[in-house]
Design a protein around this ligand. Structure first.
Ligand SMILES: Nc1nc2c(c(=O)[nH]1)N[C@H]1C(S)=C(S)[C@@H](COP(=O)(O)O)O[C@H]1N2
Ligand SMILES: [Mo]
Length: 560
């Protein structure tokens, strides 16, 4: 492992250099020291984040969130298309890999000069501090985990590097090995040859391996304990049990019953109602906000006559409505599944805004979540009589935490990024000319009504089917305009009308089904929908950015 570029005799004998060079830990040991020190840093940072009760202040999540914010729209669309709801796991794994590599590098840097490694850890810490402080809801305390983490990492690295350095006896031995000559105290006459020693194996090793192992184990222990205790502390803030114990009042206005036949019966067909577990999830929250309903308040302010502040109990005292509404994401691709249909329970939003007294000229409701995310919604969409609500329930239960517990917005007909604020705590009545929200700042459209969309759910892409009668079925949506027709086509044949399943209203998706007399060969099935205004989905393919994808979904199947 010891690679010498100069024989001892040639190497300049400046005492500092000579000293450093002869007391270097071996490479592997050095790299692993860096890794262990970084682990200690992360563990202690996690502990500090736990003590603060702020998951998002831990460096990994803070830096990850910074990444999310810096991600351009097209890359976000790509990540969602490629990884779906696993996008966050992929990001954090990538970040973890990056940190591992950087930690190994820090270890190697510290080999010759500890100060360089310490500087590297300091730089890590600085990035963590920067990321934590630039989170939208950050306070000065959010810098603490990265700072104490970096200090812990520095301490660990110092201990490890010192322990891994060959002792003074080894110093000379190594020198002898390098130069192959006798040095001051004749260490070259040691019995073990240079090769042997260079592998750091035999009993002749001068590094105090016991000390190295003990120090390493100690550091790893600190890292693990920090991580485990930090996690445990963070779990104190978990609101799952509060959620489980919550009873929601019944709606003053129940949902219309779902008509018989809303669910098309075909193997592999999408369920009409999406369970909370299967519901797609798209958000920027790396750590789920844990909002206790007992602490929840909603502020309605800005261009209003009478600012409002209300508690969760106040909200539950409103005349709650229950509605089936399909939510969909602007990032959904043609044929994609970033849409779900749930039964929402909530307080109608328009009366709350009217009570606050919306001033004339206001055209935007800027909503803010507990974790500082902002979404803008055209005021008109909320006030035009549709069932815009502050939802507290989803499919007969309190909202799942991942879907906005305890309160989220739902506005039928608009993409989620301009309407469906999860963990919502603040509504500012404002103008588009004055305020921008997270995604609109990144170039996405301010007005983003859901585009008419239809999808073939069965047969699945590239499925093999038997010749004869084949059921073709799918899902279409054009929330708040309704789906009036779905047509389907085989290869470039004529467009035929599919049978539409009944729906409870205009705000949900609608299933469709057709029977196909399939002949052998490879065939392309295609579909397109027409909404309640009579407009047919355009065949032109457009990407999700900036206001939603267009194009006809097609599926290739092999008939035998
Ligand atoms: N607080 C918060 N709310 C949010 C988002 C977010 O990132 N943060 N994403 C929005 C987007 S882009 C969509 S499509 C919907 C998705 O809601 P879901 O995760 O419950 O399906 O939430 C919206 N509400
Ligand atoms: Mo979205």
């Amino acid at each position: 492992m010891e690679i010498r570029t100069h024989p001892r005799g040639v190497r300049p004998r400046t005492p500092v250099v000579a000293d450093e060079r002869t007391t270097e830990p071996r490479r592997l040991a050095a790299a692993l020291s860096g890794l262990a020190a970084a682990a200690a840093a992360m563990g202690i940072a996690e502990l500090a984040a736990g003590a603060l009760g702020r998951a998002s202040s831990a460096p990994l999540l803070a830096v990850g969130a910074g990444f999310v914010d810096l991600t351009p729209g097209w890359l976000k669309d790509f990540a969602i298309r490629r990884f779906g709801s696993a996008d966050k796991a992929v990001l954090l794994t990538g970040l973890g890999a990056g940190i591992t590599v950087a930690a190994l590098a820090v270890g190697l840097l510290s080999r010759r000069r500890l100060a360089r490694g310490l500087l590297g850890l300091g730089a890590f810490g600085a990035v963590g501090v920067g990321a934590a402080l630039t989170r939208p809801v950050a306070g000065p305390a959010d810098a603490v985990p990265s700072i104490v983490g970096a200090l812990a990492g520095m301490a660990a690295l110092t201990l490890l590097v010192r322990a891994a350095r060959p002792s003074s006896r080894a110093e000379h031995g190594t020198a002898a090995q390098a130069g192959g000559e006798t040095n001051e105290d004749g260490a070259a006459d040691r019995p073990d040859g240079p090769r042997r020693r260079s592998k750091d194996t035999g009993p002749g090793t001068e590094v105090d391996r016991r000390r190295v192992l003990l120090t390493g184990a100690g550091v790893a222990g600190v890292a693990a304990a920090g991580g485990v205790f930090g996690r445990a502390l963070l779990r104190r803030g978990d609101v799952s049990s509060v959620r489980a114990g919550l009873r929601l009042p019944p709606p003053a206005s129940p949902a219309r019953p779902v008509p018989r036949g809303a669910q098309v019966r075909a193997a592999g067909m999408t369920p009409f109602h999406t369970s909370g577990r299967d519901f797609y999830r798209v958000d920027t929250a790396l750590a789920l906000p844990q909002v206790d309903p007992r602490d929840w308040t909603l502020r309605i302010h800005g261009m209003v006559a009478r600012p409002v502040e209300m508690s969760f109990d106040d909200l539950l005292r409103e005349a709650l409505i229950e509605r089936d509404i399909t939510l969909s994401c602007v990032s959904n691709q043609v044929g994609g599944d970033l849409a779900g249909n749930a039964r929402w329970l909530g307080a109608p939003l328009a009366p709350l805004l009217r009570r606050a007294g919306v001033r004339s000229g206001a055209d935007q409701i800027l909503s803010r979540s507990a974790d500082g995310m902002t979404l803008s919604t055209p005021a008109e969409a909320i006030l035009d009589g549709r069932d815009a609500m502050l939802a507290v329930g989803m499919n007969g239960e309190p909202l799942p935490i991942a879907h906005g517990f305890p309160v989220r917005m739902v506005v039928p007909g608009l993409y989620g990024y301009v309407s469906a604020t999860k963990w919502v705590v603040d509504l500012k009545v404002t103008r588009f000319a004055t305020d921008r929200a997270y995604w609109t700042e990144r170039g996405y459209a301010e007005h983003a009504p859901v585009k008419t969309f239809s999808r073939i759910d069965v047969p699945k892409p590239l499925a093999g089917v038997r010749a004869g009668r084949v059921t073709v079925a799918g899902t279409a949506w054009a929330q708040h305009r309704g789906v009036d027709a779905v047509e389907w086509q085989v290869d470039d044949g004529p467009w035929r009308e599919a049978r539409l399943a009944p729906v409870p209203g205009l705000d949900t998706w609608r299933q469709w089904v057709a029977e196909w007399d399939a002949g052998p060969g490879s065939h392309t099935l295609r579909c397109r929908a027409t909404d309640g205004t009579g407009r047919t989905q355009p065949g032109h393919r457009a990407p999700p950015f900036p206001d939603g994808a267009t194009g006809w979904h097609s599926v290739v199947v092999t008939v035998t």
